[in-house]
Design a protein around this ligand. Structure first.
Ligand code: ATP
Ligand code: MG
Ligand code: MG
Length: 380
């Protein structure tokens, strides 16, 4: 059978490998790390860097199509591969998603509202920042994730100091907005332009990291759901995007929607689809890259996803790394545990997630609260 390739061997790559293998494909993972969660379980593990010519040519030789799971894979590597086989998403889309300034410009082109912001690449641009943008969040244009590479600033002096501390790299300053909550949408777009989506997810972040996703009827007002879907579809169409794309939004206290950022791949907030929908975001990724039909996914259960961060392996008072009480969690009906095979837990490190499914939102919430209590996760 055909082999499908993925650049990056993290947990998203691992779950892509599961979905590809379930559909009968072989898999090849390119990741230099011998212990990478996806490389460990793949038919082929090419252990080179993303720009290694030998690694890329081996991947091209083995595979019928290639995708990516890593936020910061060099767009040039995707372009190199695209000379010999189908690559989705395209390097040019990934390049836009990797640069907050280019990403915001794309959102504006699509007519989707963004936070008031300014690009800061020079001392002149820093000096010219309007006081309207303060208090704000200074974010590096590239390489930030999970709230890293960001500083909250109140005044022009704090802004200047923060830019220094970030090494004066190109940044975007965003006005701090009064958030009511956050939501996101996963869309999948095929080579023929056909587009399907998962239900809109309501997300809770803690310390800049996704903590909880809730997806069920009534998780958001219908008007917000419609706006988020329309905006996500314009963002994908405007890029002539092929593949799975996540678009993240802020919902402001006045109910209006502002796009935050996009991820050119399956996303942590879409993990509930593994157990609550008849097609998961990873199966959508496989279908997009191979040109298989994109059927609209149907959610059959109310769902709550709890992220399992490395902190859980170090409960208060424990001297060493411990294993959370999975047996107690798995005694709860509708609890689906996903662990990524990372042996070393670190605070803030994504180790796994727990999907809770139930017949009703109330039952899902009740079970999720029980699971959170067992694990010692802060309530939501
Ligand atoms: P990810 O891991 O999702 O890529 P990131 O590092 O790119 O995260 P952002 O999504 O930019 O970070 O911000 C992280 C979180 O910080 C947001 O989900 C939101 O809770 C908060 N935040 C970011 N920008 C703003 C803003 N302009 N106003 C208010 N809150 C914000
Ligand atoms: Mg981001
Ligand atoms: Mg984000």
């Amino acid at each position: 059978g055909a082999t499908l390739g993925v650049l990056g061997g993290g947990q998203l790559g691992r779950m892509f490998v599961h979905a590809a293998q379930a559909l009968g494909y072989g898999t090849a993972v390119l990741d230099a790390d011998a212990q990478s969660p996806a490389g460990c379980i793949s038919h082929h593990h090419i252990r080179t860097g993303y720009e290694d010519a030998g690694g890329l040519s081996e991947l091209a030789r083995r595979c019928a199509a290639v995708t990516t799971e890593f936020e910061n894979v060099p767009a040039g590597a995707l372009d190199t591969l695209a000379a010999s086989l189908p690559v989705s998403p395209a390097g040019r889309c990934v390049a836009i998603a990797q640069d907050r300034a280019a990403e915001k410009a794309h959102f504006v082109r699509c007519g989707v509202p963004v936070a008031p912001h300014a690009v800061i690449e020079t001392p002149e641009q820093l000096a010219a920042v309007s006081a309207d943008l303060l208090p704000g969040i200074l974010k590096t244009a590239r390489l930030g994730y999970d709230g890293k590479g960001q500083a909250r600033v109140q005044t022009a002096a704090e802004l200047a100091a923060a830019w220094d501390a970030l090494g004066r790299v190109p940044c975007v300053l965003e006005k701090m907005l009064p958030l009511a909550h956050e939501c996101s949408v996963i869309v999948a777009r095929g080579r023929d332009g056909a587009i399907v989506h998962l239900p809109v997810q309501r997300n809770l972040h803690r310390d800049g990291i996704l903590a909880v996703t809730e997806v069920y009827e009534g998780n958001l007002p219908p008007a917000q759901v419609r706006q988020a879907l329309t905006a996500a579809q314009s963002v994908a169409q405007g890029l002539d995007y092929v593949g799975v794309l996540c678009v993240e939004f802020f919902v402001l206290q006045d109910g209006s929607l502002v796009v935050n950022e996009m991820a050119p791949r399956p996303h942590n907030s879409g993990h509930y689809s593994q157990n609550a929908c008849d097609v998961s975001q990873f199966e959508l990724q496989v279908r997009c890259m191979t040109g298989l039909p994109l059927v609209p996914p149907r959610q059959h259960s109310a769902a709550i996803m709890l992220n399992l961060l490395g902190d859980l392996w170090f409960p208060p008072g424990a001297a060493d790394q411990t294993t959370p009480a999975w047996d107690k969690v798995l005694a709860l009906p509708g609890a689906h545990l996903h662990l990524y095979g990372k042996t070393q837990a670190k605070p803030g490190r994504k180790m796994g997630h727990l999907n809770i499914t139930a017949a009703t939102p109330e039952a899902a919430r009740a079970t999720a609260l029980q699971a959170a209590a067992i694990l010692g996760i802060e309530a939501f």
